[in-house]
Ligand binder design. Structure first.
Ligand code: ZN
Length: 372
């Protein structure tokens, strides 16, 4: 243990007035997923209000906005990546993000080359024999909210959809749970944080091409790597609006293995931290589970720390990947809670950020350090 880390460690506690019980609770977290975590009373600076509490900020989540966004996105006949409508969806989302983030919105163009299929299979019949082009021009849409440090948290969600047949780009595919729910939560968090000053820089990014194989996120992860972004954590929202019989069951997905091993401990400790946030701020029944198959994987493969927020609809939602994944099957109180959790997670992690001259020591280093 270096002196620098000891110094930083003490500085953290001075800065945040972190309760000493957190030592024991996070220590337990190291051995198992104990989540009886104590949170300090914290405040966040705001350009509008002089001092506001996290609860004050979290209370701004508006279920009406969430529901409207789900309805608006699902009203596109399909958001299939190969659909002629996908550019309209991207344009609609770009305008939406611009109204929140102003000039900080970046549209990233990339191409997706579909794998060659047999050519005259059944899917072509469903597609009315529409010839497939060799490649598709797709768009990721991102809003970058600068913080007082370069330490960055990415909040991501994919906006494309599918129905039963992955190759059918013309049939109805409303994708309300998968993944208008995640997009609506992301937009609401971006809206609320737009006038809140944070230590972390936050990137809100909407991906296309997830259903065909995480094309947008793969492209964006490479960009983040090339730009040498100081990425602390990616939180991916994929299916966050379905609650089977209002059980409020909720999965926080953490990284266990996959491509890189060194990032596992960070993902595990932050997932446990988020479970504590869920217990303090929401009525979600949060449990931890391993990563599935979503847009966090390309980031994990590059060594970044990732977690996923998921309603477990892949196994529980009977309308998943069907034309019946419509807005009426969602639970908007549940979606509100997930949005509140996303906000509360950012605010609580942000409070642990150091403003010292040791930027390489991230908030996740801190969480892992005190869990050891
Ligand atoms: Zn999805």
């Amino acid at each position: 243990m270096s002196f620098q880390i000891i110094f930083t460690f003490l500085f953290f506690f001075t800065l945040t007035n972190f309760p000493i019980t957190a030592f024991h609770l996070l220590d337990e977290a190291h051995h198992g997923f104990t989540t009886n975590f104590s949170f300090p009373e914290i405040t966040a600076k705001s350009d509008v209000d002089s001092v506001v509490t996290p609860q004050h900020i979290i209370d701004k989540v508006n279920p009406i906005y969430l529901e409207k966004t789900v309805h608006d996105l699902s009203s596109f006949h399909t958001r299939h990546t190969e659909s002629e409508l996908i550019d309209d969806v991207a344009f609609w989302l770009t305008e939406k993000l611009q109204s929140i983030c102003g000039t900080e919105v970046h549209v990233q163009n990339f191409t997706y080359t579909p794998e060659k299929t047999n050519g005259d299979d059944d899917n072509d019949v469903n597609n009315n024999h529409r010839p497939k082009p060799f490649f598709y021009n797709l768009k990721n849409i991102a809003c970058e909210k600068p913080g007082s440090t370069n330490n960055t948290i990415i909040i991501s969600a994919h906006y494309d959809s599918r129905m039963e047949d992955i190759n059918n780009s013309t049939a109805r595919a409303p994708g309300a749970d998968d993944n208008a729910s995640g997009v609506s939560a992301l937009l609401e968090v971006a809206r609320i944080l737009s006038n809140i000053s944070l230590n972390h820089s936050i990137i809100f990014v909407l991906f296309s091409g997830e259903e065909q194989g995480k094309w947008g996120s793969t492209h964006y992860a490479d960009y983040i790597d090339k730009m040498d972004v100081d990425l602390d954590l990616l939180i991916n929202l994929d299916m966050v609006g379905f609650s089977l019989e209002e059980t409020n069951d909720f999965l926080i997905e953490y990284d266990n293995g996959n491509v890189v091993q060194d990032n596992d401990k960070y993902s595990r400790v932050v997932a446990n931290f988020i479970k504590g946030v869920a217990e303090k701020y929401t009525n979600l029944n949060a449990t931890l589970g391993v990563l599935g198959n979503s847009d966090y994987l390309p980031f994990e493969a590059l060594g970044y720390t990732v977690v996923g927020f998921h309603d477990d609809g892949v196994t529980k939602n009977p309308d998943h990947h069907k034309s019946t994944d419509t807005p009426d099957i969602l639970d908007y109180e549940y979606l509100t809670s997930v949005t509140e959790l996303t906000l509360a997670t950012i605010l609580n992690l942000d409070r642990l950020t150091t403003t010292t001259d040791t930027p390489s020591f991230s908030v996740l280093d801190f969480l892992v350090f005190i869990a050891q």
